[in-house]
Design a protein around this ligand. Sequence first.
Ligand code: C5P
Length: 294
Amino acid sequence: MTVSVRAPAKVNLYLAVGAPRPDGYHPLATVFQAVDLYDTVTVRPADEITLQMGGIGAHLPTDYTNLAMRAAVHLAEFADVEEGADIFVEKRIPIAGGMAGGSADAAGTLVALDRLWALGLSQEQLLRIGAELGADVPFCLMGGTALGMNRGDELTPLLSRGKYSWVFVTQEAGLSTPDVFRRFDLEGPEAPEVPEVDTRFLAALAQGDTEFVARHAQNDLGECALAMHTDARAIMDACHRASLPAIVSGSGPTIAVFVSQDECLDSLTELMQEAVPTAQCVAARGPVPGAHVV
Ligand code: C5P
């Protein structure tokens, strides 16, 4: 038996960040959207748990430092499973790009092994296990469009009408999420204790006013990420010059460009590569469901 799961990347349409808590995590008020850029996790029965990485992640470690491996071991312990599994992750989501690729792999692994090991866990149980692995894992399980509070792991599904078309401009070199948060603490503006999402933004999402959403999307980590990545800054400047609404995705350095259907990927790629020759562009649409068996 083989089980394959597709796990989506995310973009934060809105990311408000508060002052750090004693445990180092930051309270967030964020609107997540899952997009149709997927990593695929395939699992097969085995005596031990092993991990192999493929696609653009073929060079990544396959030991316990990989969140997919941690997810498998954690799930086996939680459910008292003695069997193993061979896990293969085919990676397409940019690495260290601010799109929750590692969290998607963990979410995909949980869903795949739940099926392979016939555990029959509820979505609620999976969400709880996911939250122990990382702040973005629950959203990669849930998908759609959701409000994330606390560490970003307390989720409420949001009413969101319409489809969003994106071009994600990715970079060769990634950014470390903890480093970006650290810079936010050092250089960021006075951060509130309890960050909030503007209610007009939520109303626009519910009404399907994609133009309002594109114009008012915001990311409190954006300036910090751009200050740490000159190529991402150059891409953002190019977007501004071309009047393209764009935001930093999560902790960056991927830039998420809101596009209308008639914008052509080829011409956008050309424009972006004039600014940064090594930049890559990938088109995606959202929202889409969370990690699911295919
Ligand atoms: O939970 P996860 O391991 O994905 O988070 C990676 C890092 O991002 C954390 O170690 C922390 O430095 C930072 N982070 C944060 N506040 C959040 C989420 C993540 O400071 N709400």
